[in-house]
Design a protein around this ligand. Structure first.
Ligand code: GLT
Ligand code: MN
Ligand code: MN
Length: 390
């Protein structure tokens, strides 16, 4: 029997070169794995059923490479993509590794650093376009502080805005088909990072010159680090039509950024997330921004990649069963979860008559307050479903 959870290209699973290429280095210990060459990553992920790979400029072209070296590397990489039928839907810039970015990139106090960051990003956008990417992620890992005395935080937001505006104009001027997706994180590597949550970014986008070109790239681990409900963040991003990309992984509460394998920790939360992505018509990549445990060798890395896609597809199947489960659906209907489009009090549209009728309506508040809602039963049915007991 064929594996019902075998990934297909149409599932649009992608991995970063930096994710499967992660060598297991951490602040306390050296790398435990060898570098896997990009062409091999492309081949292996394609065999496993992934749709594509995403990259930072320097995941492919080393910092400071000559133009000739760059062109040779890009040519070989394009050949690997073509040979294995793999896409590069998203690209991004490394604005955090080199010590020049120790005070930030777009928000650094030194205008030379800010200008260098924009120059590096323009070149990196060119590379992304050359590889076929249509989404450009901006993760401002170093855009933050240890010492707030170093700048007025409003100045940081202003500089960030200026750089994003400049880059939007660059994309328009080049007639590139490229949209930006900004990624939030509350801290790490900086003590505090500006634009710490997806909600902050959604508000920031509305202050830009081209808000229509800019959306969000929320990451599970980063919202969980802020103690937030990722499913709710994604619902709001979808409602705002701003979910341009998504970083799937997992995270235990209250820790450093763990970037754990998708679905390895928060099964219920990830179930509602997958259900939402699938039901909302989101048609972007399902990108895994995570890495294998430090205990693993290369085989463990491929297990990690297999597991990420498999868990997504299992949760997708669970979401389908949730939709077909008669008992669950009957409860949802009874509790008014689906809304049914009724609006008995006219709250969907203000009218003077409606308002005055509503002011005169009497409600049986005590009876409403006393009524049990049965969510214990409902939630247990979900747990049974997820644990395979129904
Ligand atoms: C880095 C970070 C991620 C970002 C990547 C994009 S790089 O690994 O931890 O969350 O998405 O720059
Ligand atoms: Mn990420
Ligand atoms: Mn992360």
């Amino acid at each position: 029997m064929p594996d019902p959870y075998a990934p297909k290209k149409s599932d649009k699973f992608t991995f970063g070169l930096w994710t499967v290429g992660n060598r297991g280095r951490d602040p306390f210990g050296e790398a435990v794995r060898d570098t896997i060459p990009p062409a091999r990553i492309v081949q292996k992920l394609s065999e496993l059923g992934a749709y594509g790979v995403n990259l930072h400029d320097n995941d492919l072209v080393p910092f400071g490479a000559s133009a000739a070296e760059r062109d040779r590397i890009v040519r070989d990489f394009k050949k690997a993509l073509a040979d294995h039928g793999m896409k590069v839907p998203m690209a991004t810039t490394n604005l955090f590794f080199h010590p020049v970015f120790k005070d930030g990139a777009f928000t650094a106090n030194d205008p030379k650093v800010r200008a260098f960051a924009v120059q590096k990003t323009m070149r990196s956008i060119d590379l992304g376009v050359e590889l076929g990417a249509t989404v450009y992620v901006m993760w401002g890992g170093r855009e933050g502080v240890e010492a707030d005395a170093c700048r007025d935080a409003r100045e940081a937001i202003k500089r960030y805005r200026e750089c994003v505006n400049f880059l939007c104009e660059y994309v328009l001027d080049q007639r590139y088909e490229m949209r930006f997706a900004l990624e939030a994180k509350p801290n790490e590597p900086r003590s505090d990072i500006y634009l710490p949550t997806t909600g902050h970014i959604l508000a920031f986008i509305e202050t830009l010159d081209h808000p229509e070109m800019v959306g969000v790239n929320p990451e599970v681990a980063h919202e969980h680090m802020s103690g937030l409900n990722f499913y709710h963040s994604i619902a709001q991003a979808i409602d705002a039509e701003k979910l341009f990309h998504i970083d799937l992984n997992d995270q235990k509460p209250g820790r450093y950024d763990q970037d754990l394998r998708f679905g390895s920790e928060s099964l219920k939360g990830m179930f509602f997330l997958v259900k939402l992505l699938e039901e909302s018509g989101y048609d972007g990549s399902r990108h895994f921004d995570s890495h294998a445990y430090r205990t693993e060798d290369e085989e463990g890395v491929w297990e990690f990649a297999r597991g990420s896609m498999r868990s997504y597809l299992i949760l997708k199947e669970k979401a389908r069963r949730f939709g077909e489960d008669r008992q669950i659906q009957a409860i949802l209907k009874e509790i008014g979860a689906t809304g049914n489009g009724d609006d008995p009090y006219g709250l969907g549209r203000y009218g003077r008559d409606t308002a005055s009728r509503l002011k005169d309506t009497s409600f049986e508040v005590d009876a409403l307050a006393r009524k049990g809602l049965g969510y214990e039963r409902l939630d247990q049915l979900v747990v049974d479903l997820l644990l395979g007991a129904r």
